[in-house]
Write a protein of this length. Sequence first.
Length: 295
Amino acid sequence: MDWDKLRIFQAVADAGSFTHAGETLKLSQSAISRQIGALEEQLGVMLFHRHARGLILTEQGELLYRTARDMAAKVNTAEALLRANQDKPAGRLKVTAAVGFGSTWLTAQMHEFIAMYPDIDVSLVLSDNELDLGMREADVAIRVMPRQPGLVQRHLLTVRSHVYASHGYIQKYGKPKTVEELDQHRLIIFGEDARAPVQDVNWLLREGNVDPSARVVVLRVNNVYGIFRAVESGLGIASLPDYLARESTKLENVLPDLNVRTTDLYFTYPEELRHSKRIAVFRDFLLRKVAETRF
């Protein structure tokens, strides 16, 4: 089978229409339609059900799609390995991290790294969804212990969290002196749809009180950066990572004696990229910056 046709087929399956695939591939809708028609004729099967609202893969199309996706991942890996064998760190480096950590501490380090390695083309994907490194959706992930198999894992840092409120909130509602006094305050927590980084992320609902319904929740947010901004605005009290709370001069640790919560973050990447120079220099750079930062 022609790889170009398979590449176009995968793009159409991902996009769900000839039009959207054409926008991605910079090809006309008619050109893509001809390529898919030629591939179906060559194979003697229908790959898509055509509907007014888009395209749906047939059973045979699903089988070919899985194969094409695996082939694309292997081609991307081969390209990465070839680039990694260069003497000088260069090429594309796609890094994924959670929104809170990535949009604050990590992005702040990129200026220095890019100045040191101008031939590395860095792309950051900040998402609370876990990207599939095995399928090369990213080269490197900075996250809690990943669930995906076949990854190299290096402990990067331990994030510490405390309870914070803004100065404006404290002026209006006062400051809890004990954890039991949280019953009289407004809490901001992770919502049910949040992809929280750790279990029991809403521990403030239960700390010092076995009945979580006794506490007032004023807002639920699906990621930690949104919680941070809501706390900063004076809306309520929340558990926040210390590195994030230090981004604002408006916040105060309101229960400093409460046991600190910790989360371990790992630098992870696929086994086949173990010898990549781009990944090695990025890992070593982050380890140095972490050592310089008070987390």
